[in-house]
Design a protein around this ligand. Sequence first.
Ligand SMILES: Nc1ncnc2c1ncn2[C@@H]1O[C@H](COP(=O)(O)OP(=O)(O)OP(=O)(O)O)[C@@H](O)[C@H]1O
Length: 285
Amino acid sequence: MAITFKHVTHTYQADGPLAYTGLSDISFQIKDGSFTSIIGQTGSGKSTLVQHMNALLKPTAGAIQVGSQQITPETKNKHLKKLRQEVGMVFQLPEQQLFAETVVKDISFGPQNFGIEKEEAEQLARQMLEVVGLPTEVAEQSPFDLSGGQMRRVAIAGVLASKPKILILDEPTAGLDPKGHVELMKLFAKLHQNGTTIVLISHQMEDVAQYSDQILVMDQAHLIADDTPQEIFSDLEFLQQHHLDQPESAQFAQKLMRQGFNFTSLPITEAELVKQLLPQLQRRN
Ligand SMILES: Nc1ncnc2c1ncn2[C@@H]1O[C@H](COP(=O)(O)OP(=O)(O)OP(=O)(O)O)[C@@H](O)[C@H]1O
């Protein structure tokens, strides 16, 4: 499902003395089936931006088109049920939203909320366990008895159970160990291959470089770049100017070097390393 932002502005507490512009005149398009990453410094407006994609926040000016649904400042919540089903949102630390006494009840809550019968929703929940790589035995356990990584998967399964066409991921692997991180990123890549449109917020440039076909760069409520990873990561001056070349790209480069990538012209800047790595990565994928 495609997403179009047209001159979207969002002002927090618009009518009060503490009015604050979270998004300023943002326009872009995300194609159906793409993998788009949103990067930018802390507080630049990334979360504010994605919360407009399922109308958790509505624009204070401008309009958003998500599939056939238009969202404007006047859009009423009663018209948004289908959109909320079609656009799944995984927040930071989603396991904090778990609540039910068993895993299967937790995962099936979303689909039931969207009108699917209990039995069918629970069957769907069990299928989702497999999708997120959890053993079927956990279905009847309390989610709170699971490890942190497993709880994260249960929370993600709960979002996937509603079969979203767009999946928004707001730093979905934050706090996970490297293995859990890689496994989840592979899961998202697989969902993408199967046709889900993915929107990822990440501070980890290795993921951004590896998986995205479009990158949006936010800076102080403005969209300052909308391009391919090849273009974004080859503009070293731009990356350095916006502090996007460290420390993530350095870790990225170091990790790939451990996996046997060659660099001929060390020492070079971290951003330069990323630039060199991209063609190798693309050949690998
Ligand atoms: N409810 C709110 N009321 C007022 N200001 C807010 C509110 N939510 C966010 N902001 C402000 O809007 C700006 C953008 O916040 P946002 O969470 O979108 O940034 P971000 O790029 O996602 O940051 P991070 O990388 O830290 O998650 C920040 O300055 C933040 O303090």
